[in-house]
Design a protein around this ligand. Structure first.
Ligand SMILES: N[C@@H](CCC(=O)N[C@@H](CS)C(=O)NCC(=O)O)C(=O)O
Length: 254
């Protein structure tokens, strides 16, 4: 049996990058403490103590006691996920052995998410929901790039026998992508055009660990966005727009 005791503190918020880590921790059955004092709206992410953990001042970040007994810090969700499976997924529940073909294919999709899907959809969110004015060029550029990435994923999943991104099981590649895809409608992208991706969203949410982890630190509501009107989406965006804009002004002053 793998050792599931840990001294993990997860600094997180209810965002696509934050829930990746709680979903993985739950999939692995690890104990951890979810910390929310650095959540974007609270501003704690720029405090000196947190910058010691993540010099980039963003969530998620994680601390643990390393194998040598001293504290270790992890930042960047992809790096955190690799650390967690490398150290704790000794039974390869959601990973493949280092050096196997599948290991490298998981890495391909993990980097695809970190370098493509996340940043592009994040900018689609920004121009669609948070910009103080509608800038058509920005909206089109990032929504279209997000759609292109969903097409890539849909084509890949159409050839998958298991319905997962790599091999015959759910891995950190799936978990990394899930929170973003689940929030497609926030970026103005419809899942109706991507049937394999749509089925994959439901497949992941049916897993008890992922289902539990997506609700950390508070109930996950992205799947309900699909049933909201553009007007309702815009109304919720107005609440977030204010703190996104305030955060940008603060960053520009630093
Ligand atoms: N590449 C980073 C992105 C981290 C990131 O941008 N986190 C967002 C939440 S998903 C954040 O902390 N936003 C607060 C802000 O922009 O001030 C990762 O994957 O961990």
């Amino acid at each position: 049996m793998a050792d599931t005791t840990s001294d993990i503190h997860l600094y997180t918020a209810a965002t696509p990058n934050g829930i990746k880590v709680s979903m993985l921790l739950e999939e692995l059955g690890l104990t951890y403490k979810a910390r929310t004092e650095t959540a974007p709206r609270r501003g704690g992410a720029q405090e000196p103590w947190f910058l010691e953990i993540n010099p980039n001042g963003r969530i998620p970040a994680l601390t643990d006691t390393f194998t040598d007994g001293a504290p270790i810090r992890l930042f960047e969700s992809g790096s955190i996920m690799q650390y967690l499976v490398d150290r704790y997924d000794t039974e390869h529940k959601v990973s493949y052995p280092h050096g196997s073909r599948e290991y490298w294919e998981v890495n391909n999709w993990l980097f695809w998410q970190m370098g493509g899907l996340g940043p592009m959809q994040g900018q689609a969110n920004h121009f669609t929901r948070y910009a103080p004015e509608k800038i058509e060029y920005g909206v089109n550029r990032y929504q279209n790039e997000t759609r292109r990435l969903y097409r890539v994923m849909d084509t890949h999943l159409s050839k998958s026998k298991s319905g997962y991104l790599v091999g015959d099981k759910c891995t950190i590649a799936d978990i990394a992508c899930w929170g973003w895809v689940a929030a497609a409608y926030w970026a103005g992208v419809s899942l109706d055009e991507y049937p394999h991706v749509d089925a994959w969203v439901a497949k992941i949410v049916a897993r008890p660990g992922s289902e539990k982890g997506r609700h950390v630190p508070k109930p996950h509501t992205s799947l309900e966005l699909r049933h909201k009107t553009e007007e309702e989406l815009d109304k919720s965006a107005a609440q977030s727009r204010a703190w996104v804009q305030a955060g940008m002004k603060e960053d520009a002053k630093r």
